[in-house]
Design a protein around this ligand. Structure first.
Ligand code: FES
Length: 102
């Protein structure tokens, strides 16, 4: 695992999620009620980006077919996806959002 400063805390406002390129991967940073979460930015259903979807009740809703994933665990909470998304440890250091990636 290595830590990467992905964005600044004010880049992702509460209720927002954005995609960032980190070490050759797309990482989704979500701000749910002031807490940051990090996941892969790739839906396991049909490889769509999740960044243009919605944050609903602590879940990511995919913009393509409405599949949902739990922000904390990456577990599928609404079909059609069959497989979870990866989640990554995230913390803030000063005004930076820092994500640990493999
Ligand atoms: S690509 Fe995400 S639900 Fe289909």
């Amino acid at each position: 695992m290595a830590n990467f400063a992905v964005a600044k805390t004010n880049d992702v406002k509460p209720g927002q999620m954005k995609s960032f390129a980190v070490n050759g991967k797309r990482v989704l940073i979500a701000n749910w009620e002031g807490t940051f979460f990090a996941t892969q930015d790739l839906c396991t259903h049909d490889n769509g980006t999740l960044a243009d979807g919605e944050l609903v009740d602590g879940e990511i809703e995919c913009p393509r077919h409405g599949g949902r994933f739990d922000l904390k665990t990456g577990a599928v909470t609404a079909l059609p996806p069959m497989f979870p998304i990866k989640t990554f440890p995230v913390k803030t250091e000063g005004d930076h959002i820092v994500v640990a990636l493999e």
